[in-house]
Write a protein that binds this ligand. Structure first.
Ligand code: IFM
Length: 471
């Protein structure tokens, strides 16, 4: 029996995503200031093979040809981020007209090609000058972010409808300030909690600033990488409680203030030996809860955890890399177990059921809030065939199964409005440099030539028909 192909609702938005530091390059050009990722990537031993984003995909110069690829593939929307240090080199004070012009050209180029621009204001490239004053541990950074957001809204607001404040603040706070695998590379658990709070505050302040500047039609959003973690032994109360704790420090630390207007009490209890949270001031939580029009969700894989008992060594298979410092603040006795395969090149397990679980769960928790998958995709070690093509069947199969999972969630009642594939281009994959390729378009890092991979052709067919093609 052959089943009929999955059809997506009319108007379902199909796009792809990138981020400024991962693709732009031109880090010292046209007045851009240094960011924390410039600093970290130039610190020996912090990024695989000593890679940096100095050149990356050279998208800063090749943007027009990249937009032609977007158009040729039929993508309906393109999610990109703005480099704060390109717009405001020191993170405060003077703005840089050349930065405004670059993103203005990009937005015009998208609109000319019939592609909807979806802007993310912060995808991890904090101006280094702000980190020198404490970075996200400094409350003032949240106010500086709102000023920067107001400026960008003024520059692009006549042409951009959808505004995302932050991308994956969990990574900024906990990988940046607790495990230190991401910039600024600090390993201070209390600083991570402070950073999380100031990111929540930054979201609220900037979201309000953008809405005030652009009016009620603005589509306001934030993108979270919510963790789907399952108990090692579902019958163990201790393991189930470990999952509750990880949900608090991994998910509700942002969902609470942003969507419910308060930090969850269990989170404050779980972390009380690390911090008394006195950096949360009266009225902050209400500020964080700026009303949203859509919630962006990034999903890649699942994890499995348990309370560690006994003296044996702990596994740290949470997929975020191991620096010897845990990003899971207050959860030192929780052990992440190795998941069964198959895996992507990141070592992440392939588990589309997590996508269904996450989308349906979020829709149940926030029934009035539409969802958008703002990132999903996979890194594999691609090979180039003799004819020059890139037959990345493993990526196509991953995409097929995860997009099918999105469809299953929609069938189950989740209000999902669109899907953005990560990523358009192979790019700088943070601590893993150029070793891990997520693109549906190959970038040859010797000559920067682009090659459309087979997965992109498959995705293009899906967009053209709104039906999931077979693999
Ligand atoms: O490359 C990253 C992206 O910057 C944020 N989300 C996860 C992707 C894959 O690791």
């Amino acid at each position: 029996m052959t089943s009929s192909p999955r059809i997506f609702p009319e108007g379902f938005l199909w796009g792809s995503a990138t981020a400024s530091y991962q693709i732009e390059g031109a880090v010292a050009e046209d007045g851009r200031g240094p960011s924390i990722w410039d600093t970290l990537s130039h610190t020996p031993g912090k990024v695989m093979n000593g890679d940096t984003g100095d050149v990356a995909d050279d998208h800063y110069h090749r943007w027009s040809a990249d937009l032609d690829i977007i158009k040729d593939l039929g993508l309906q929307a393109y999610r990109f981020s703005i480099a704060w240090p390109r717009i405001q080199p020191d993170g405060s004070g003077a703005f840089n007209a050349k930065g405004d012009e670059f993103y203005s050209r990009l937005v015009d180029g998208l609109l000319e090609r019939g592609v909807r621009p979806v802007v993310t204001l912060y995808h991890w490239d904090l101006p280094q000058a702000l980190e020198d004053r404490g970075g996200w541990t400094n409350r003032d950074t949240a106010f500086r972010f709102a000023d920067y957001a107001t400026h960008v809204a003024g520059v692009l607001g006549d042409r951009v409808e959808t505004w995302t404040t932050l991308n994956e603040p969990w990574c900024s706070a906990f990988l940046g300030y607790a495990s230190g695998i991401h910039a600024p590379g600090r390993t201070e658990p209390e600083s991570a909690l402070k950073a999380a709070h100031h990111l929540n505050l930054a979201h609220g302040l900037a979201g309000r600033a953008v809405r005030d500047a652009l009016g009620a039609d603005t589509q306001l959003s934030v993108t979270l990488n919510l963790h789907v973690t399952r108990p090692d032994d579902p019958d163990s109360a201790a393991d189930r409680d470990a999952i509750r704790q990880l949900d608090a420090i991994g998910n509700r630390v942002f969902l609470g203030p942003m969507l419910d207007g308060a930090y969850p009490k269990d989170l404050l209890d779980d972390t009380k030996s690390v911090s008394d949270w006195s950096f949360v001031q009266d009225g902050d939580e209400a500020t964080c809860a700026v009303p949203l029009d859509v919630l962006g969700i990034n999903y890649y894989s699942t994890s499995r955890a348990r309370r560690h008992t006994g003296d044996g060594p702990m596994e740290h298979a949470d997929g975020h890399g191991d620096t010897g410092h845990s990003p899971w603040v207050g959860a030192d006795d929780i052990e992440f177990r190795t998941q069964p395969g198959p895996y992507t090149a990141m070592g992440w397990n392939i588990d589309p059921s997590g996508m269904v679980e996450l989308l349906t769960d979020m829709s149940r928790r926030y029934p009035d809030l539409p969802l958008m998958v703002t990132e999903n995709g996979a890194a594999f070690y691609d090979t180039v065939a003799e004819d020059g093509s890139v037959p990345d069947a493993d990526r196509t199969s991953y995409l097929h199964d995860h997009i099918d999972a999105v469809g299953q969630a929609v069938d189950a009642g989740a209000d999902v409005r669109g899907y953005f594939l990560w990523s358009l281009l192979d790019n700088f994959e943070w601590a893993w440099g150029y070793d891990r390729r997520f693109g549906i378009v190959r970038v040859d890092f010797d000559n920067l030539e682009r090659t459309v991979k087979d997965s992109a052709k498959w995705y293009s067919r899906l967009i053209a028909t709104n039906q999931l093609p077979p693999v």
